[in-house]
Ligand binder design. Structure first.
Ligand SMILES: [Zn+2]
Length: 136
């Protein structure tokens, strides 16, 4: 079994604000981040697609106690976003004060950019993750 979309390719694209995923040629389901088999039908015939990076906040959490090595990033908000194409993707939320975050965030539309964060003692180097911001 070969990887249609490697993590390396996925994260390189993310650094250009491009969100790549996989679309199953059997059932049409879209997944991201990359996986080996379709999340719906376990099929392996998948094509690489570029997603819009637009979605809806389904839940969130405000983080006030950082993981080791991430103290400088606190406080921050992590959101779980249902993308317009179907998959759910986790990322940071930009532009909202974590102390002022309320349940009103749930259901808001967001668009994706990216955030580069420095490596810590548990990672091989710098990383990149989705960074969402509200759209009006
Ligand atoms: Zn499928």
């Amino acid at each position: 079994m070969e990887y249609r979309l490697t993590s390396k390719t996925y994260y390189e694209a993310l650094k250009q604000d491009k969100l790549l995923g996989l679309k199953c040629r059997t059932c049409g389901a879209v997944t991201t981040p990359p996986v080996m088999v379709c999340r719906e039908c376990a099929g392996q015939d998948m094509a690489v697609v570029e997603l819009k990076g637009i979605g809806t906040i389904r839940t969130f959490t405000s983080v006030f106690v950082a993981a080791e090595g991430r103290e400088s990033e606190c406080p921050y908000i992590i959101v779980l976003v249902e993308l317009d194409e179907g998959p759910w993707l986790m990322g940071n939320l930009d532009g909202i004060d974590p102390k002022a975050a309320s349940m009103e965030l749930i259901g808001k539309k967001v668009k994706m950019g990216h955030k580069v964060f420095p490596g810590d003692k548990y990672s091989a180097g710098e990383g990149v993750s989705p960074l969402f911001s509200l759209v009006d």
